[in-house]
Write a protein that binds this ligand. Structure first.
Ligand code: NAP
Length: 288
């Protein structure tokens, strides 16, 4: 067998943010397919839980350079230097009107959603270059393509992720390393709980001209069950991740859920002012 044609049985992947949601679902799904999965999480209790569930798990906080270096070293030590794929999945949404987002809140959003992924990816690329193969996946979003109101910090981090990944793909051409963007719309996960916590941590809603919208937004973030139409379970993301990892010709982009397909097309077709009207409505002016 050529060195570029391993089966999923002996392939190794590192995934960030596996304590819940998409990372959790993808980690279990890939393990069931025969991948050797290093399901990382930042909390010790989550690492222990993932271990107890039969996954190989390592602590990794993407905002901490030391933690990134240690996790990569541990994985490589355990695999004899092999790492076939990386899924940059860890992230959260910082809600809030742009005029209410502080520099600190935006910095925190980028530290987690982008800078961590950049640093981790740059640790992994030399390993993949030596192997002559590799897959680097980024968990972007429909909000990496279009903006919704009251999500400016998150939208900015995912637009930046799209730019970074697109550039990296151009630079890694002919290295055997493929770079793919996964672009989910609404997926059932702990995303809204964690977004609500970020809202409470960073946004002074009571003093804002947007306070009425924030009340509606908090109701959405704390609602049980799906809060948006076309919400899918994490398995929908898993399907696209499997294609990105295992297809001989992975695609640069993998839209997941109807809203992503729709907005990707509308962005190309509609004039900006019409798209704005639609995005304001789809974003529920903060209510959705
Ligand atoms: N759910 C959606 O509708 C949706 C749509 C499009 C894109 N996405 C993207 O999908 C990815 C996963 O989100 P999810 O929907 O699965 O939400 P989730 O259930 O909240 O999972 C987010 C994961 O990221 C981890 N994380 C947060 N900060 C971290 C850090 N500093 N270091 C390491 N891990 C960290 C969380 O760990 P803790 O438990 O320790 O916080 C958790 O494991 C995110 O990048 C998100 O932007 C989600």
């Amino acid at each position: 067998m050529e060195r570029n044609q391993r089966t999923s049985r002996d392939k190794v992947i590192l995934i960030t943010g596996c304590s819940s949601g998409i990372g959790y679902g993808v980690a279990h799904g890939l393990k069931a397919r025969g991948w050797r999965v290093f399901a990382t999480a930042r909390q010790t209790a989550d690492v222990a839980r993932l271990h107890a569930e039969g996954l190989e798990s390592v602590g990794l906080d993407v905002t901490d350079s030391q933690s990134i270096r240690a996790a990569v070293a541990t994985v490589l030590e355990q695999t004899g230097g092999q790492l076939d794929a990386l899924f940059n999945n860890a992230g959260y949404g910082q809600p809030g009107a742009v005029e209410d987002v502080s520099r600190d809140a935006l910095r925190a959003q980028f530290e987690t959603n982008l800078f961590g992924a950049l640093e981790l990816t740059n640790q992994v690329i030399p390993v993949m270059r030596r192997q002559g193969r590799g897959r680097i996946l980024y968990n972007s979003s429909v909000l990496g393509l279009v903006a919704f109101p009251y999500r400016g910090a998150y939208v900015a981090s995912k637009f930046a992720m799209e730019g970074l990944a697109d550039t990296l793909r151009l630079e890694l051409v002919a290295t055997g390393i493929h770079v793919c963007l996964i672009e989910p719309g609404p997926i059932l996960s702990r995303f809204r709980d964690n977004a609500h916590a970020a809202y409470q941590r960073h946004i002074q809603g009571a003093n804002s001209p947007h306070r009425e919208k924030y009340a509606a937004m908090e109701a959405r973030l704390t609602k049980e069950g799906p809060a948006a139409p076309f919400t899918l379970p994490p398995e929908a993301v898993l399907k696209r991740v499997i294609h990105a990892l295992e297809s001989p010709r992975p695609r640069p982009r993998y839209p997941v859920t109807m809203p992503t397909y729709l907005f990707a097309i509308l962005k190309r077709l509609l004039p900006a002012s019409m798209l704005d009207t639609l995005l304001r409505r789809a974003g529920g002016e903060g209510r959705r």
